[in-house]
Design a protein around this ligand. Structure first.
Ligand code: HEC
Ligand code: HEC
Length: 277
């Protein structure tokens, strides 16, 4: 038996070009290394596959996260649940939606939602910028997710590239001029005119309602900067061509102003002509 085994091992060893007998110490060391590797693998696999380990045990929140939780518990909990896990028939889970989604929804006044409807409309926001950041921080700490980068979001942007990207990715819903348009079943793509840089970035990252998510694989951060610059510096400016910008109240104020100025000018002109004759 043993001699058989020895012979086989010798043969194998010769095939691999290794010395025949390994010392017992080295063999024991090898076993220990293998055991350690197996343990580490199992540990790693557990942390990767353990169900919702992040969401379950409550990690301590930062100061801002705590402030955010306090606001959340008053204004959002009725629809999104005690730990933002969602409430059947009232509001979806916010675990993993990220700070970007919260900042988008709350800073555009869409949330807190006033009543159940097909699509929460833009409203005057109910929270200050700081409170918005705190709510966003809380949801971020609960479940992670996409975040808006800090700093200038139009850094080194290329307007021409932005226009191209906008026409390919955005204009089918928001129209070439960014004015928005109707979608199916009572939903709509809103006008982009009220949106700030951060709101545009957040909309792309979070894909609210029927809007697709434009993650960093679909549109790199530089491309997002190009699009933001195009919307803010080109689309909104070209919309204003066509006369004085009277506080952007639209064509009716401009028409009224033109009418009044025209009438007054006509009156003076006719008085002048009458005085001459
Ligand atoms: C009256 C119920 C209601 C209240 C109150 C409410 N929500 Fe919502 N929320 C909804 C519903 C319904 C949706 C999904 C529909 C939609 O996206 O328009 C939603 C969607 C969201 C989303 C988007 C989730 C995603 O997948 O992108 C965020 C973020 C959010 N709410 C945050 C908040 C925060 C923060 C508050 C408190 C300041 C709040 N909501 C208050 C009902 C509510
Ligand atoms: C399939 C249609 C669709 C496409 C494509 C699309 N969007 Fe949207 N977008 C929407 C809808 C629908 C909403 C409204 C979401 C809501 O009200 O919750 C929206 C909302 C927005 C808003 C928020 C406007 C506000 O009220 O402040 C911005 C900004 C925006 N989109 C930018 C973009 C940009 C930039 C692109 C291209 C990269 C794009 N969208 C592509 C459908 C679309």
């Amino acid at each position: 038996m043993t001699s058989d085994n020895d012979r086989r091992r010798g043969l194998l060893a010769r095939l691999r070009g290794r010395p025949v007998a390994r010392s017992r110490g080295r063999r024991r060391l090898g076993a220990a290394v293998r055991l350690l590797a197996a343990l580490m693998l199992a540990g790693g696999a557990y942390t990767v596959f353990a169900p919702g380990a992040q969401a379950q045990d409550n990690p301590p929140l930062s100061a801002a996260g705590n402030e955010g939780k306090a606001l959340f518990d008053v204004s959002c909990v009725s629809c999104h649940g005690r730990n933002a896990q969602g409430v059947e028939g009232r509001g979806p889970s916010l675990i993993g939606v990220g700070a970007a989604a919260v900042e988008f929804q709350v800073s555009t006044g869409r949330m807190p939602m006033a009543r159940q409807e097909a699509q929460a409309p833009r409203k005057p926001p109910q929270f200050t910028d700081e409170q918005v950041r705190q709510l966003a921080q809380y949801i971020q700490e609960l479940g992670g997710g996409p975040q808006i980068p800090e700093g200038n979001l139009r850094e080194g942007a290329d307007l021409a590239a932005g226009g191209e990207l906008f026409r390919i990715n955005c204009s089918q819903c928001h129209a070439f001029g960014g004015g928005g348009g109707a979608l199916s079943s009572g939903k709509y793509a809103p006008s982009l005119h009220p949106a700030s840089d951060r709101q545009i970035y957040a909309a792309m990252l979070s894909g609210p309602q029927n809007m697709p998510v434009f993650g960093d694989n679909q549109l790199r951060p530089e491309q997002k900067a190009d699009i933001i610059a195009y919307i803010q510096e080109n689309l909104k400016q070209t919309q204003d061509q066509g006369g004085f910008n009277l506080g952007r109240y639209g064509p009716s104020t401009e028409g009224l102003a033109a009418f009044l100025i025209g009438i007054v000018a006509l009156v003076f002109a006719s008085l002048w002509i009458a005085g001459k004759s």
